[in-house]
Design a protein around this ligand. Structure first.
Ligand SMILES: [Zn+2]
Length: 229
């Protein structure tokens, strides 16, 4: 039987080659089977994890090409993770907000996309479902945090034109928190900017939330308070 494969990424967790059984590998290449037309033909359970040399044989490629294709695929997965974290940090807090709030926030963020009127509630639900599926995908590693309960607190300094100057995670200890707050205020004064404290899944998402409109930040704060009540 002849198989064709698509390289989906790199797994550091799966250290045994599904092809030859060799174990103790530093990493494996995740391979998705393809059908005769070259379409992905399977789900996560059908993915095989091969060591680089077996993957090279299966694909008829040189090892160097396998490695670089696997790195590229993994890089793309990581970028999709980053995007998913941004979507969740913005939209998860308004998931159960009134339709009018969802509509205002969604259209505010998508005002440059010219397309027929859409139901913002449906769009928000769809974006969140896709983002959660992305972060829940365990093809090349464990699921990544994706819930509001996983949000962390960040101090964001904005410059005078409202762009992000810096983002720092808020420390757990009260005295360090105060120190950070004071330092952020000094920096903001120095550049005539402002300080915003937001909740988000990561540093980049925190910047997104910090520069978002008042309504988005209001619901972000509500979600944080509700999760830590
Ligand atoms: Zn092998």
């Amino acid at each position: 039987m002849h198989y064709w494969w698509k390289i989906k990424g790199i797994s550091d967790d799966r250290t045994q080659c599904d092809c030859c059984g060799l174990s103790g590998l530093k990493r494996t290449v995740a391979l998705m089977p393809l059908d005769a037309e070259g379409n992905e033909n399977g789900t996560a359970e059908d993915v095989a994890y091969y060591g680089t040399s077996c993957a090279a044989k299966a694909l008829g490629w040189r090892q160097g090409k396998v490695t670089s294709a696997a790195l590229t695929a993994q890089h793309k997965r990581n970028e999709l993770d980053h995007y998913a974290r941004r979507i969740i940090s913005i939209y998860a807090p308004i998931e159960s907000a009134p339709t009018s709030v969802q509509a205002r926030i969604f259209h505010q963020r998508n005002r440059y996309t010219h397309r027929p009127p859409v139901s913002s509630t449906k769009e928000v639900a769809k974006l969140l479902a896709e983002a959660r599926a992305q972060l829940g995908d365990t093809l090349t590693g464990p699921a990544r945090p994706a819930r509001i309960e996983d949000f962390q607190r960040f101090t964001v300094v904005l410059n005078r034109s409202g762009s992000v100057d810096g983002v720092l995670r808020v420390p757990d200890e009260e005295n360090k928190r105060q120190e950070q707050g004071a330092a952020a205020q000094r920096r903001a004064a120095e550049i005539r900017g402002s300080v915003r404290v937001v909740a988000a899944l990561d540093v980049v998402s925190a910047g997104d939330v910090a520069i978002a409109d008042d309504l988005t930040r209001e619901w972000n704060e509500k979600a944080w308070q509700a999760a830590h009540a």
